[in-house]
Design a protein around this ligand. Structure first.
Ligand SMILES: *Cc1c(COP(=O)(O)O)cnc(C)c1O
Length: 419
């Protein structure tokens, strides 16, 4: 890491004076969520014994069962499954979808194609055994409107005819130039209207990157099942791995039969590690998300100052922790990711290069100097090196780290000489 120029400090401190409103908004959200999380711990009598590992079948694993209940309450759901054996967010979402459907069912997405890593699993392309398509489940979608909201009129007309088993929504932006959907203003009215014509449809929300960015989760507003990753928001930077599904009790019980074995469900499954990091991570999550939100608001303001297109703007409402920015050239995108890597606590000496990755048509560059591999609650950035040179960034365990990163990025993009 190069030393930071005086100019960069001046610029970043100056930008921060314009961010009082969003920062106090994020703090207010943190307070509401922290209180709910705290109550969830207290109401479930969390004690040191819940952190202990289990072995073998894992019958009566109180650490596992209590963690489910604490997560459920924290996420405003009746029930939850929180497991290290759910390997990532993609797995959690796939589990939720395959757990609530049967051959012949239709899943109808009102937010376009699902996240990239789900497309083979659903069967949009490829020929993977056990994809939803191979299991006789149809996936249909309609795109978002041009303004990034759900196209409710089209959705209404189609849902009326199809009566899909599942209505699917993706809250965060994924790798698209769109905004995140706010549970209260974007998802709730859609769920209410669609439920009126298709009362039996199950609403499943990909909640990745969304948890604790607003004061309510989709489950409080009518979503039947939400799913996400523990190396994003709800793991608080401490959970070493895992994923969750949360929602209506009866559906979570069904999903548990898919998670393990029909007839065994959630009764078994031990964990020889230590549950403490999952509990402590959830406790830390509202604060961690607050730090992430401040970090991306700061970067958005910096990118505005430097004249780049960005989504969202610094003062905008947010419903996920990610920030997109469009650079003018591939070199700028690469320099940005390399700078983020160079200010990381882990692997700061590594210089990332664009690389051909499975599933991508263009070389992708990734910066991730994180304690937990691939964790995006930690400061990270990536993007495909092709026009319009969009980078997606998120995370930072502490806001101070993001300030240092913003200064370094300013120096790197403006060619400032370090003193
Ligand atoms: C991260 C993410 C996922 C799941 O990704 P994993 O890498 O499998 O955890 C799914 N949907 C969205 C919108 C995401 O941001």
């Amino acid at each position: 890491m190069r030393s930071i120029s005086e100019k960069a400090k001046e610029i970043v401190f100056g930008i921060e004076t314009t961010l009082h409103e969003p920062f106090s908004r994020f703090d207010a959200i943190e307070l509401v969520n922290q209180e709910r999380v705290l109550r969830a711990f207290q109401n479930n009598g969390v004690a040191a014994r819940h952190f202990a590992p289990s072995t073998g079948y894992g019958y009566d694993d109180i650490g596992r069962d209590t963690l489910d209940r604490v997560f459920a309450e924290a996420l405003q759901a009746e029930d939850a499954l929180v497991r290290s054996q759910i390997i990532n967010g993609t797995h959690a979402i796939f589990l939720a979808l395959s757990g609530v459907t049967e051959p012949g069912d239709t899943i109808f997405s009102v937010t376009g194609a699902p996240y990239d890593t789900l497309q083979q699993a659903v069967g949009i392309y490829g020929d993977m055994p056990h994809s939803l398509k191979k299991s006789g489940i149809t996936f249909q979608s309609i795109p978002l409107s041009d303004d990034g909201t759900i196209d409710l009129d089209t959705a209404y007309e189609q849902v009326k005819v199809i009566r899909p088993k599942v209505i699917y929504m993706q809250r965060s932006r994924g790798y698209a130039w769109r905004r995140a959907l706010d549970p209260r203003t974007d998802l709730k009215p859609v769920m209410e209207k669609l439920r009126s014509v298709s009362p039996d449809s199950i609403f499943v929300v990909d909640n990745c990157y969304g948890e604790f960015t607003t004061t309510v989760e989709p489950t409080a507003l009518g979503a039947d099942v939400i799913a996400g990753s523990l190396i994003k928001n709800p793991g608080g930077g401490l959970a070493p791995n895992g994923g969750y599904v949360a929602g209506r009790h009866e559906l979570i019980e069904r999903i548990a039969q898919k998670l393990t074995v029909p007839g065994i469900g959630r009764e078994a499954g031990s964990f020889a590690g230590d549950y403490r990091a999952y509990y402590q991570g959830l406790f830390m999550a509202p604060h961690c998300v607050d730090q992430c939100l401040k970090a991306v608001a700061l970067f958005s303001a910096l990118f505005e100052k430097l004249g780049y297109d960005r989504m969202p703007d610094a003062l905008d409402m947010r419903a996920d922790i990610t920030q997109s920015v469009r650079f003018r050239t591939g070199e700028e995108l690469i320099a940005f990711c390399q700078t983020i890597q160079s200010v990381s606590p882990v692997d700061s000496f590594v210089v990332p290069e664009p690389w051909d990755m499975p599933g991508y048509n263009d070389p992708v560059i990734m910066a991730a100097g994180s304690f937990v591999q691939g964790s995006t609650t930690e400061l990270s950035a990536d993007g495909p090196v092709k026009a319009p040179y969009t980078a997606y960034m998120q995370g930072s365990l502490t806001y101070s780290h993001a300030r240092i990163a913003a200064m370094a990025v300013y120096d790197s993009l403006t060619g400032q000489n370090a003193e």
